[in-house]
Write a new protein. Sequence first.
Length: 116
Amino acid sequence: MKKDELKYRSYRFALEIIRMRSLLPKDKTAEVIGDQLLRSGTSIGANIVEAQSGSSKKDFTNFYSYALKSANETKFWLCLLRDSGVGDKSLIEKLLGEAVELANILGRSILTMKGK
């Protein structure tokens, strides 16, 4: 996958996370989880963009690592929403699948950069 494709894919994912957040119920629990999801889900793409403008291989690897951590956190919040019955289950499953794929891509990229 080309780096611009990953950047574009993570951007689209962030837009879907924003959409998901706006569709959640207005109760306290959904708002707290939704805010956490919004933060972690949009952070993936932001860290990918930072990585691609990094000044060294170490910068690149570090920002990809931050993006991976955000993807993993996003998976947690999506699973929590799914398993608690809050939100649109089909949309949550779709977003969860994309979060898993983004995490896998980032993980493989980090391993490749580290020569493992």
